[in-house]
Design a protein around this ligand. Structure first.
Ligand code: ARG
Length: 603
């Protein structure tokens, strides 16, 4: 990121204020100014500031000296090697209350020690102005997150569950960063399978109008039965093929039957979304269908489309097979729809960042149509410049048997709703074993069981690097030890109870009290709190929710260390320490919120 000193009229202080809460950027602004003073002629250099590795003195490090040296050494510079460049960067650093001291190490690394007073003040400010002042600033206004996206009448499987959970978190992180997010459910509601589904519906329920969800029962088995008939009965097959044509031609009776089938699927999907508290707006494949011809025409006029074995395709460098955009029978496919949806999102919806979530198996599809879009000039060549597209691929969900996750009833896939219900039931059992049914009202018990159960499923998925496969294991995810949602939710509840037990009015304390970070454990906790904004920003930029999970886990570890050494209630430092507890609880809750997990306050 460049802080473009083209705007010399803005003072360093004003610029830094725009990044309240983001330590890294505030330091980058200072170093950028120093860079300008150190090497006035070098305008294209990007400042690199990073949190220091453990064991290195200082909190942050500026790593520019070496690369800067290699740029200037041939140009008759006054400096004698990287350490001198580092020293100059240090000398020219504008004075700032955030910096306590600096030193140069090795080949010109500038180590920065932050001022503990300034850190304490920043935490006080957050306590008064709210955690939203720590939200990252991203260079986009509107984004599309294309996630969940199951297929009508087919099963919504654990892959879709992963897509839903990861997609929701990414959407939440962008929303927190003040990006308007269009949460798109790109359901598979178009295609040849609808011919057989509609025809089968007509045969089974001649009176289509009065067909209810209960009459059809399970859409998946309905799909299977119609598929069997399609494969076994040539007459039926022919009718089904005609049905597709009539549907696509807009015949109202066929459209109505199609709408009915979609409606039933939608109700089924909604039960999963409702449990997960995930909001999505459906714009299925059918939505883009009317726009496909004009988009194909645009690509054609740009000379991208060629004929190949009767189909129309786009040849792309680096791919062995071309991208088919019109099938040999003239029909459109997954790729034609995705190219058109991309066109629509860029041009009609004015999205600057479009993010797709599916399993990694679909990666070639995405990379191919992204490439076609670049070729058409819709997207810049570099993939980190905006408008930007990303395929966020994720690994498989495995069972304990190391095979793809399935239910006990071998071949049958897990019904997602049952899976979530089981997580809740198990967490309720654990609470009852701990006697909570006697302490709490039935509502409290139920709400906690739900927050913990669903939270556990989500966290178990999000904490892994998404590209790896992960093993679905109830016992592991519901354990109260280790890096689990249960452990973290309990840690948060414990902090809340420390504050409650103090008997102090915490809101009053926020106005009058001061935070002090005098002891190493207090300071370490404070520093970790202050790294929240840059962590969320990193998680957004790299589309990695596990970065935020790791941050949250580390935060609870820092807190535990602090709390195991320092007394809070009844100590002379009580006010300051209670404020640190409160700040930790606030940041933890924000993390839970971004991960789609409901916090609990009592355990
Ligand atoms: N319906 C697809 C599936 O279940 C996922 C769609 C993902 N989104 C997209 N724009 N292709 O595999």
């Amino acid at each position: 990121r460049r802080f473009a000193f083209a705007t010399k009229s803005k003072s360093v202080a004003t610029m830094a204020a725009e990044y309240t809460g983001n330590l890294k950027h505030q330091l980058e602004i200072l170093f950028d100014e120093s860079l300008r003073l150190t090497v006035p002629d070098e305008t294209g250099v990007e400042i690199k500031v990073a949190a220091s590795q453990p064991g290195i003195p200082g909190d942050y490090q500026c790593n520019n000296a070496m690369s800067l040296w290699s740029i200037i050494k041939g140009k008759g510079t006054q400096f004698r090697g990287p350490p001198a460049v580092g020293q100059a960067l240090l000398n020219n650093l504008p004075t700032s209350e955030m910096v306590e001291s600096c030193s140069v190490a090795g080949p010109g690394f500038v180590n920065v020690v932050l001022s503990s007073n300034w850190m304490a003040k920043s935490i006080e400010n957050m306590l008064i102005d709210g955690i939203d002042t720590w939200a990252p600033t991203l260079p986009v206004k509107r984004a599309v997150v294309d996630f969940s996206s199951p297929n009508i009448a087919k099963e919504m499987h654990v892959g879709h569950l992963r897509s839903t959970i990861i997609g929701d978190t990414l959407a939440r992180m962008l929303e927190y960063s003040k990006v308007e997010v269009l949460r798109r459910n790109h359901v598979g509601d178009w295609g040849t399978q609808f011919g057989m589904l509609i025809e089968y519906l007509f045969e089974e329920f001649p009176d289509t109008d009065s067909v209810t969800e209960t009459a059809i029962g399970d859409l998946q088995s309905f799909y299977k039965k119609s598929k069997r008939k399609f494969d076994d009965d040539p007459d039926f097959k022919e009718k089904a093929q005609k049905a597709v044509v009539r549907l696509q031609g807009g015949d109202p009776i066929y459209r109505k039957a199609w709408a009915k089938i979609c409606e039933i699927s939608r109700t089924e999907f909604a039960t999963v979304y409702q449990r997960l508290r995930v909001e999505l707006e459906e714009k299925g494949e059918s939505f883009y269908n009317p726009y496909i011809p004009q988009v194909i025409e645009e690509l054609n006029s740009k000379g991208l489309i060629e004929e190949s074995e009767g189909a129309r395709v786009i040849f792309l460098e680096g791919f062995k097979i071309p991208l088919m955009v019109v099938k040999s029978d003239g029909g459109f496919n997954y790729a034609s729809t995705d190219l058109t949806a991309l066109w629509y999102r860029l041009n009609e919806e004015k999205a600057e960042w479009i993010i797709y979530l599916t399993d990694v198996g679909q990666q070639p599809h995405f990379h191919m149509f992204f490439k076609a879009a670049r070729k058409a000039g819709w997207l810049p060549d570099s993939d980190k410049t905006y408008p930007r597209v990303d395929h966020v691929g994720f690994g498989l969900v495995m069972g304990d048997d190391r095979k793809r996750f399935r239910t006990r009833a071998a071949a049958d896939v897990v019904r997602l709703v049952d899976l979530l219900d089981e997580a809740k039931t198990r967490s309720k059992t654990a609470l009852v074993e701990r006697g909570k049914d006697k302490e709490w009202t039935p509502e409290e018990l139920d709400q906690t069981a739900e927050a913990v159960g669903y939270g556990a499923v989500k966290y178990a998925d999000l904490k892994n690097n998404r590209s790896t496969n992960y093993t679905f294991n109830f016992d592991q995810m519901l354990s109260d030890k280790g890096n689990t949602a249960v452990y973290l939710l309990y840690a948060h509840a414990r902090i809340c109870s420390i504050i409650r037990k103090s008997g102090k009015d915490i809101d009053e304390l926020k106005k009058t009290g001061n935070v002090a970070l005098d002891h190493p454990e207090e300071r370490a906790l404070g520093l970790h709190l202050l790294r929240f904004a840059e962590t969320v920003e990193e998680a957004c930029n790299n589309l990695l929710p596990n970065v935020l999970c790791q941050y949250l886990y580390d935060l609870s570890e820092r807190f535990t260390t602090f709390y195991s050494i320092h007394q809070v209630n009844g100590s002379p430092e009580e006010a300051s320490r209670l404020l640190l507890c409160e700040a930790t609880a606030i940041v933890m809750r924000k993390c839970f919120h971004l991960l789609g997990i409901t916090p609990v306050y009592k355990i």
